[in-house]
Design a protein around this ligand. Structure first.
Ligand code: RP5
Length: 155
């Protein structure tokens, strides 16, 4: 199983690379793609609707502005879709957040915080861990290391 990572523009990569870094840290295969809901709608449909057949287990979709990318992806697949609202130039990402998190009933997008690409990856990994014991163990280890850092921190 792999994770699909899609973003609306190359300008999103600075944030979205945070998700792929986590996936690499956990040794998870992924496919990444730049596709836009408004600039390349036909190609986005093809990519999203074929994702399950390509062995994708969950999709992380990052976009800024009127960030309809994640919602459109969710319209074309029944795989879980995790939305990453990207901080926009004019409204600090509030527009991205609201357009993702307020999906109308029936087509959900699990939305993380603004620029929350790392958490999106961790959420996708948690989904994989439901049926993958090795992934569950890696997540436990990640959490334990995180706790250790907090406890060791000196001020
Ligand atoms: C969205 O518009 C993209 O996801 C990006 O966050 C934002 C700006 O895109 P560019 O103008 O930088 O290509 O579609």
């Amino acid at each position: 199983m792999k994770i699909g990572v899609v973003m609306g523009s190359t300008s999103d990569w600075g944030v979205m690379s945070g998700a792929t870094a986590i996936l690499e840290q956990f040794g998870i295969e992924y496919e990444k793609k730049v596709l836009s809901a408004h600039r390349t709608p036909a190609q986005l449909e093809e990519w999203a609707s074929g994702a399950r057949e390509r062995g994708v287990a969950a999709i992380i979709a990052g976009a800024g502005g009127a960030a309809h990318l994640a919602g459109v992806v969710a319209a074309f697949t029944t795989l879980p879709v995790i939305g990453v609202p990207i901080k926009s130039r004019s409204l600090e990402g509030l527009d991205s957040l609201l357009s993702m998190v307020q999906m109308p009933s029936g087509i959900p997008v699990a939305t993380v915080g603004i620029d929350g690409a790392k958490n999106a990856a961790l959420l996708a990994i948690a989904m994989l861990s439901i049926t993958d014991g090795q992934m569950m163990a890696k997540l436990d280890e990640f959490r334990a290391e995180q706790a250790e850092k907090v406890l060791e921190a000196e001020i």
